[in-house]
Design a protein around this ligand. Sequence first.
Ligand code: S3P
Length: 451
Amino acid sequence: MPDDVSSRPVPLAAHRPAAPLKGRAQVPGDKSISHRALMFGALAVGRTEITGLLEGEDVLATAAALRAMGAAVERKGVGRWVVDGVGIGGLGEPDDVLDLGNSGTSARLLLGILATHPFTAFVTGDASLRSRPMGRVIEPLSRFGAHFTGRDGGRLPLAVTGAASPVPLEYRLPVPSAQVKSAVLLAGLNTPGATSVIEPQPTRDHTERMLGHFGAKIAVEPADGGARRITVEGWPELTAAPVAVPGDPSSAAFPLVAALIVPGSEVTIAGVGLNPSRIGLLTSLREMGADIALLNERIEGGEPVADLRGCAGALKAADIPPERAPSMIDEYPVLATAAACARGTTVMRGLAELRVKESDRLAGIAEGLQRCGVKVIVEGDTLSVTGAGGPPQGGATIATRLDHRIAMAFLVLGLGAREPVTIDDSRPIATSFPDFVPLMRRLGAEFREAA
Ligand code: S3P
């Protein structure tokens, strides 16, 4: 979100609706895939046609940055975009600072691309992005020969000078992060020889899939201890390819959980991407007894897709194991909402990465739920949420801290709580789900402007 001093916070209150939520909705395109479609389109030769692109602020920040470096990125209609690529290594020096707003994915993946383009670029973002760790990409990208000058802890704003003669590397991910994996693989594209990433725990694999789709030579093979080694050959002939972006499961999560916790509700969300590396929330909700059906399962644009139907019903607590975290890393705020309405103590383990998202989500979830009268314990990287098997108290105002998912998760909680839940600022929602409020209202959600 731009740091625009003239725009003011827009508080919003969610009230328990008088009637159940009903209907069918289509959530916007997947954020991860949208960023990558634009980036790969820019690095390919030819015209990439994209449908279903997420037109949220984060993805628009990626589009603007690529344009500033010489790729022709053009909107043709709702979700319909074309990119005329410049080819591997063909981007040029931007003549101003690249402002990536709230978007960690834009920052980390573009730094990967910039690391092997021999010019200097300056990168910044909003207060949230400027506080997030970039050392995790700076460290491996420096090994290609790139130079970074950043603030303490490698935080933005920073300057990157890409390597003129990059050297390939094999890199073992110290944290399970698809952004770090993707940054290294993208740097490897303009590097002679083979670049490998070893990931001990699987993370979302959209980069690998799209590399193959655009004609790169990419191999994914087992490595020691159950890890995966992903290897990309440098200087491939990346060729433009059409991309149909599926609905974002991380956005679908909000109307889905709302349907589960507002009594009598039945909601269908059409065309949701169900890549196996993204479905941890579905597994967890089903373990909690949620009534979720997958309808019309199909493959679209190389990704599994289905319509999700969620019906309200009693939820029970579950124990969510740490190894599931990468497949639902963005879904803990809304899972915690479901847990607050379930009977018993839901334990969510292995959440260290939540501390470095758009805000410290572990703290934000815990503090917000406590304010809503829910019993919460944080011990190390484990979060325990105790629900009474019915509506929590609510009746609080929640600090969203420039975090779209905290904002949406607490609005959903307000729909299921006894008293309204207010978020202090609804503007961050536009980073990933610009139509969230009207879409939810169409399903019957009661959101009111708050003072
Ligand atoms: C993303 C990876 C995840 C996720 C983010 C999008 C991506 O971040 O939280 O919203 O598109 O690669 P990490 O790689 O930091 O886990």
